[in-house]
Design a protein around this ligand. Structure first.
Ligand code: SF4
Length: 188
């Protein structure tokens, strides 16, 4: 017992100190919450669909739920059914056996429905390309509102992609916006 206490005393606290509160970030969080409320009128429901990902993009999406990115605190949450979803978050190259499932998922969503494609694979198949087993990216198979490039993109870039889609809700859905880091650019 004493040996353990001595060990604890000698070792001390090894974890990093919590970051100081950031007033700019706090303000931005409030703006994001207001944006979501203004656009959707309630919490944003997101359905995630993996059409053949290596799971790299899923790890980054999973990070959105941690206390740092805190997506639920921003007023958005993941749902299990496309029938409850406002936004479809698609990852991975589009494997042929997921093509019908993806279309059905999208059709099951109530309108107006948003689509955010996450990762280079969702853009054009990425490292998997096109083959007998893979249709390439989802861009040619769904009306994608926002594309978030990267392999994998960071949680912040994914969050910005989601918010960009929400901000443009009701506008013509085109595969028009590419979110990278802090910027958005037209793909043309
Ligand atoms: S974009 Fe990269 S991390 Fe994401 S599914 Fe493709 S290979 Fe994996």
């Amino acid at each position: 017992m004493y040996a353990i206490l001595r060990q604890i005393y000698r070792t001390g606290i090894r974890s990093e100190p919590a970051p100081a509160s950031d007033a700019t970030l706090d303000r931005r969080v409030q703006e994001i919450q207001a944006d979501i409320l203004r656009s959707v009128g309630r919490a944003l429901a997101i359905r995630h669909l993996d059409t053949g990902s290596c799971n790299g993009c899923e790890l980054e999406i999973g990070a959105l739920g941690n206390p740092y990115y805190n997506i639920e605190g921003l007023g958005a949450h993941f749902v299990a059914s496309p029938r409850h979803a406002d936004l479809l978050l698609v990852t991975g190259p589009l494997s042929r056996h997921m093509l019908t499932a993806m279309r059905r998922t999208w059709e099951a969503m109530p309108e107006p429905r948003l689509v955010v494609a996450v990762g280079d694979c969702a853009k054009d198949g990425g490292v998997f390309g096109e083959s007998y087993a893979c249709c390439g990216g989802v861009l040619n198979h769904l009306p994608v509102d926002v594309l978030v490039p990267g392999c994998p993109p960071s949680p912040l870039a994914i969050l910005q992609g989601i918010l960009s889609a929400v901000a443009g809700r009701g506008e013509t859905p085109v595969q028009s916006q590419s979110i990278s880091g802090q910027t958005a650019e037209n793909l043309g």
